[in-house]
Design a protein. Structure first.
Length: 364
């Protein structure tokens, strides 16, 4: 359920989804109040189709009203974005608003007539008038809200990124061999890069972000940023490299390591790793990284003078979690044992004992 609800980070869309599910359940319960199973199927099917149709119609209007406007002023004269959709949405929006204001009274009358006809179609009575009206109204509004919010957030964001990509491709400086070429720069050794070029890398990231390069170069960019102690951007670059190449799992681990080690953002680092393990439950290095995270946080608490009961319990939980995840890592990959023995991030843990316990569990 958590994965379904968290379709996106926009809380309003998540609330809309919850309302959608609850309203669908109400329709199901309403349909159960029938005399026979055949009529239950008949009624629930019609209500479900009404939900879908109303939601799609509302989505269409939400898209029309929310579709972001744009222009071509940043593009070169030779290339221009096709603005037909923008013009059509603008045209239709004005027509819909105008017709609605003029014909509002007739629209209400025809809507009432349609709902009554539909109610009589179901069982030759008007007793379903209220539920049909509610379904049409609720799901039309939900559809409008969802597509409107997506249009002004996600679709808008995609258009902005796309415009930047196009502008970058058409930029004369990008074609000029005498200008700074970020690809060539990243393929050199970091120790050979001058301070001027390091500043150029930061300017590039500030202007274009970390999503423009190929995954391999993005990963190399992350290494350079980490060496430059730009930890926050380095973490984002590693994460970007992983998102565009899901086979490169170690890039995500590197991102989580930076969050935990240098940014002290233990919660987010642990959350990302746990979500990753839900999809990759046999990937031992992720368990190993979680063990390091929890132990790293535990070590931070050791020198804390405030040692009340709550803090003590929290410390114990951190250490137990570190042991648990390290043990699981050993169960999946015995080769991690040699690395764990010399890893300072596991300081204070009885690595030998945990490794022996993991072997016993495998035997059992």
């Amino acid at each position: 359920m958590k994965k379904i609800i968290n379709i996106c980070t926009n809380k309003y869309l998540n609330y809309t989804l919850i309302i959608f599910i609850c309203t669908s359940l109400f329709c199901l319960f309403y349909s159960l109040n029938t005399e026979c199973f055949a009529f239950f199927i008949h009624l629930f099917s019609i209500l479900s189709i009404l939900q879908l149709a109303s939601f799609i119609l509302g989505s269409f209007f939400g898209f029309l009203f929310g579709f972001p406007a744009h222009n071509n002023i940043h593009f070169h004269d030779k290339y221009q974005r096709n603005s037909s959709l923008k013009e059509i949405t603008s045209w239709l929006t004005k027509i819909i608003v105008g017709v609605t204001l003029i014909e509002l009274k007739d629209i209400v009358i025809y809507s009432k007539f349609f709902v009554l006809k539909l109610s009589f179609y179901i069982d030759h009575s008007d007793r379903h008038f209220i539920i049909i009206s509610s379904i049409i109204g609720i799901f039309f509004v939900l559809g409008f809200i969802v597509l409107y919010i997506l249009s002004v957030t996600t679709i808008f964001e995609e258009l902005v990124i796309n415009d930047r990509n196009i502008d970058f491709l058409l930029n004369d400086n990008n074609m000029n061999p005498s200008a700074l070429n970020i690809d060539n720069l990243l393929n050199t050794n970091f120790s050979e890069i001058s301070n001027v070029n390091k500043q150029e890398i930061l300017k590039y990231v500030s202007k274009y972000g970390v999503n423009r390069l190929e995954p391999l170069l993005t990963k190399r960019l992350a290494k350079f940023l980490l060496a430059m102690k730009e930890f926050d951007i380095a973490s984002k670059a590693y994460e970007s490299a992983y998102l565009r190449n899901k086979e490169d799992k170690y890039s995500l681990l590197n991102s989580c390591f930076i969050k935990s080690k240098f940014l002290r953002d233990f919660d987010n680092s642990n959350k990302i790793l746990k979500e990753f393990l839900n999809e990759n439950p046999e990937f031992a290095p992720a368990y190993y990284n979680l063990a390091c995270n929890y132990n790293r946080e535990f070590v931070e608490f050791i020198d804390d003078d405030d040692d009340d009961d709550d803090d003590s319990n929290y410390k114990l939980k951190l250490k137990e979690k570190a042991k648990e995840y390290l043990k699981r890592a050993f169960e999946l990959d015995k080769g991690l044992y040699s690395e764990a023995l010399k890893d300072s991030e596991l300081k204070g843990l009885e690595v030998d004992r945990i490794f022996k316990e993991s072997k016993k569990e495998n035997i059992e």
